[in-house]
Write a protein that binds this ligand. Sequence first.
Ligand SMILES: Nc1nc2c(ncn2[C@@H]2O[C@H](COP(=O)(O)OP(=O)(O)OP(=O)(O)O)[C@@H](O)[C@H]2O)c(=O)[nH]1
Length: 283
Amino acid sequence: MTIQWYPGHMAKAKRQVQEKLNLIDVVIEVVDARIPLSSRNPLVDELIRQKPKLVLINKSDLADPEATKKWVDYFEQDEMTSLIIDAQRGKGMNLIPGKVRELATPLLEKWERKGINPRPLRTLILGIPNVGKSTVINKLANKKIARIGDRPGVTKAQQWIKVGKEMELLDTPGILWPKFEDEQVGFRLALTGAIKEEIFDFQAATVFLLRFLTANYPTLLKNRYQLTELSDDMGDMFDAIGKRRGCLMGGGLVDYDRVAEIVFRDFRQGKFGNISLELPPND
Ligand SMILES: Nc1nc2c(ncn2[C@@H]2O[C@H](COP(=O)(O)OP(=O)(O)OP(=O)(O)O)[C@@H](O)[C@H]2O)c(=O)[nH]1
């Protein structure tokens, strides 16, 4: 479910994350590999302050592998440790406990110095909606966790999931809102499913996507709709795709809304192939 965010919701979400963070040794932030920056809330770093953090670049099966490698370098330059994963298929996830331990080395050394018996490291999954937080938790827990819906008057205690011997994970993720004052960021979030479809202009998002594909993945776009040529004129592009897909109204006119919907759905379902909608700044 994608949530509509209002100032009240944001303040509540922030408070809830802050409460959880008090219990946490290492934060695990999940981002969408297709939009690793746009799917972050800049508040994360401010919120978690000095706590060690691991970035999971999820949904790598949908993204462009070349771009994803560049993102790992980008995060490294920014002194962030990241891992490329595909939570749906569990790929890359076996490396998480080792990375968490590595990140917690200063804490483990502190315990040793003080003669404190080491306990499992406590972690929290954090991220904006739809990046795959629950999928990551379920995979790490190695089973489907039964979720108890919010019921008025019933306080659900925080539950810890054991991941191996040395790591524990809070069973509910921390959710932060996406930030989309920039229109392009908004389109990227809409295309990847992080914000509700009703709150943006479908045709405008499709125009953004078609322009992006024309510039960056022309062959994938041509192949999908058997187009011999691509045009900068979006009217021509909609016409060409619409004719291929039989989106015609009376009088042979192309139904642009239907074209937009088809292109949009095709992208959401990964029908174009592996595409990243964002490259690291300065690339
Ligand atoms: N292709 C692909 N899909 C994924 C992957 N991880 C999660 N998904 C899908 O992405 C959608 C969202 O996943 P969730 O785990 O519900 O995401 P979430 O961050 O918990 O979402 P919210 O509950 O909205 O905060 C689901 O349809 C998942 O099946 C992945 O690695 N690859």
